[in-house]
Design a protein around this ligand. Structure first.
Ligand code: SF4
Length: 400
C-alpha cells in the first residue's frame, strides 16, 4: 500500500483550495453585506474532510514521487475543476472523462506498470480494480474515506449472516459499485434502489403484490447481483446507503422495507429478517441540515448551490434547499450573468438557462456547495453573483 504517511487528521483545517473570501464568510457567521446584496452561507458547506484529505494526498504524491507516473483510477472527486487541475499537473487518468484520449476505449489500465503510482479515490474502488493493481505491482495510494469503509464493513457482516444487502444508492456511482463488488466477491447478494419510488416497487415484491420475474426484468443493468432471485434472496434484508444520499429519503426507504418485511413475516421477530444501518456520512448530513436551516431562516430570495453535476451530495443539497424560492445548481462562475443563469434542472438533469433570475432591489442570496466543491470555486461564484447584481466584493455595505 501507500508509503505516503502524511496525516490529515484535523477536520476543521482546510488543506487545499483555500479562499480568503470564503474564510471571511466563515469568520463572520456566514453573512456579508455588499451594496444591495446580502450574502448568506449555510453553517457548513463545501469540501468535507474526506475529500480535502484525498486531494491533499494526491498533491503530496506529486511531491513525493517526482520521477514516477501518478495515475488516478477515475475522477478523484466529482468536480471538473479539481480533476482538470490534477491533469494539468501531469496526473493521468485510467478511465473516465479525464482519461488520456490515447488510452484504448477510455481504459488506460493496459498502460500501467509496476513503476507507477495509482490513486484509489475517496469513493473507494472495486475488488477487481484493486486486485488488478496489486497484480501489476503498482504502488497504491488509497485515499478511501473512512466514512465509506463503514458501510463496507456492514455489508461483510450481512453476507456472513446470510442477509441480502439493499443499497440506497446510484448504480453508476463509484462508491456503490465498490460496495456491490465487495458483496459479490464475498458470495453475497445485493440490490440497489435509487429512490423511494424504487423502494416502493421492491416492497410490493416483498409483500407478494408484484410478480418477482417482472420485477427482475425491470431492474436497471447492474442494479442487482448476477444471480439475484427475488423469490429466494429477499428473505433476509439488510440496508445500507451510499454515504452521500439524501438522509431523509434513506430513513423513508428503511421504514418502507421494514414495514413490508414485517407485513410478510408477522410471526417472525423483525431482527431475524431485517436489519438497517444509516451510513450517511456526518459531513453530508451536516451540509444537508445546514442548508435546510438556511432555507428555513425565511431570509433568502434565492439559493445558489455550487458543485459538479454528477456529484450526488451536491444534487441532494439542491433538493433539500429548494423550497419557496428559486434554487440554482451551477458548475461555476461562468454560469452566471446579470440576465441569465445556466444551471442543472433537478427534474431532467439537463443544463438549462433561466432569464431574469436576479430580482431588483435589496436581495438576500444563499450559497452552499457540495462536499467536492473547492472553496476557491465557491468564492468565484459569490463574486460572480455580486458582479451580476452590480456590486463588488470589495464594495462597502449599503446603509439602509
Ligand atoms: S462526502 Fe462523506 S463519505 Fe464522501 S468523502 Fe466526504 S466525508 Fe467521506
Amino acid at each position: 500500500m501507500s508509503d505516503t504517511d502524511t496525516q490529515y487528521d484535523d477536520p476543521f483545517q482546510r488543506y487545499s483550495y483555500r479562499s480568503s473570501l470564503i474564510e471571511e464568510l466563515r469568520n463572520t457567521g456566514g453573512r456579508m453585506q455588499r451594496g444591495r446584496v446580502t450574502v448568506r452561507t449555510a453553517r457548513t458547506f463545501g469540501f468535507c474532510w474526506g475529500v480535502d484529505r484525498a486531494v491533499a494526498m494526491v498533491r503530496d504524491a506529486l511531491r513525493d514521487y517526482p520521477d514516477r507516473r501518478i495515475w488516478l483510477l477515475d475522477q478523484i472527486i466529482h468536480n471538473p475543476q479539481v480533476n482538470a487541475d490534477f491533469k494539468d499537473m501531469g496526473v493521468r487518468f485510467v478511465r473516465g472523462p479525464f482519461a488520456d484520449a490515447s488510452a484504448s476505449e477510455g481504459d488506460g489500465s493496459s498502460q500501467l506498470s509496476a513503476d507507477d503510482v495509482v490513486v484509489i479515490p475517496a469513493f473507494s474502488a472495486t475488488v477487481e480494480d484493486t486486485e488488478q493493481l496489486e497484480g501489476i505491482g503498482c504502488t497504491i495510494l488509497d485515499t478511501t474515506c473512512p466514512w465509506v469503509v463503514r458501510p463496507h464493513l456492514r455489508t461483510i457482516k450481512y453476507v456472513e449472516d446470510g442477509f441480502t444487502t439493499v443499497i440506497h444508492g446510484l448504480v453508476q456511482h463509484e462508491e456503490t459499485r465498490a460496495s456491490c463488488s465487495l458483496i459479490a466477491s464475498r458470495g453475497g447478494q445485493y440490490l440497489v434502489v435509487a429512490d423511494q419510488g424504487e423502494a416502493e416497487r421492491l416492497c410490493r415484491v416483498i409483500r407478494g403484490e408484484l410478480d418477482a420475474g417482472d420485477y427482475l426484468d425491470s431492474l436497471a443493468a447492474g442494479a442487482c447481483s448476477a444471480d439475484f432471485d427475488p423469490t429466494e434472496h429477499l428473505t433476509r434484508i439488510g440496508t445500507i446507503n451510499q454515504t452521500t444520499m439524501l438522509a431523509s429519503e434513506t430513513r423513508e426507504i428503511e421504514a418502507l422495507i421494514r414495514e413490508a418485511v414485517a407485513a410478510r413475516d408477522p410471526a417472525v421477530e423483525i431482527a431475524e429478517s431485517f436489519r438497517e444501518l444509516n451510513t450517511i456520512c456526518r459531513a453530508t448530513q451536516e451540509n444537508q441540515d445546514s442548508v435546510v436551516a438556511l432555507a428555513e431562516s425565511g431570509e433568502l430570495d434565492l439559493l445558489v448551490v455550487v458543485g459538479g453535476f454528477d456529484s450526488s451530495n451536491t444534487r441532494n443539497l439542491t433538493r433539500v434547499g429548494g423550497g419557496c424560492f428559486p434554487s440554482f445548481h451551477v458548475l461555476g462562475p461562468d454560469a452566471i450573468e446579470a440576465g441569465v443563469i445556466r444551471h442543472r434542472c433537478a427534474k431532467t438533469g439537463n443544463t438549462v438557462s433561466t432569464d431574469n433570475w436576479l430580482p431588483e432591489g435589496p436581495i438576500s442570496v444563499g450559497f452552499t456547495a457540495g462536499a467536492s466543491t473547492p472553496d476557491t470555486l465557491l468564492g468565484d461564484v459569490v463574486e460572480a453573483v455580486l458582479r451580476a447584481a452590480g456590486e463588488r466584493v470589495d464594495a462597502a455595505p449599503s446603509v439602509s
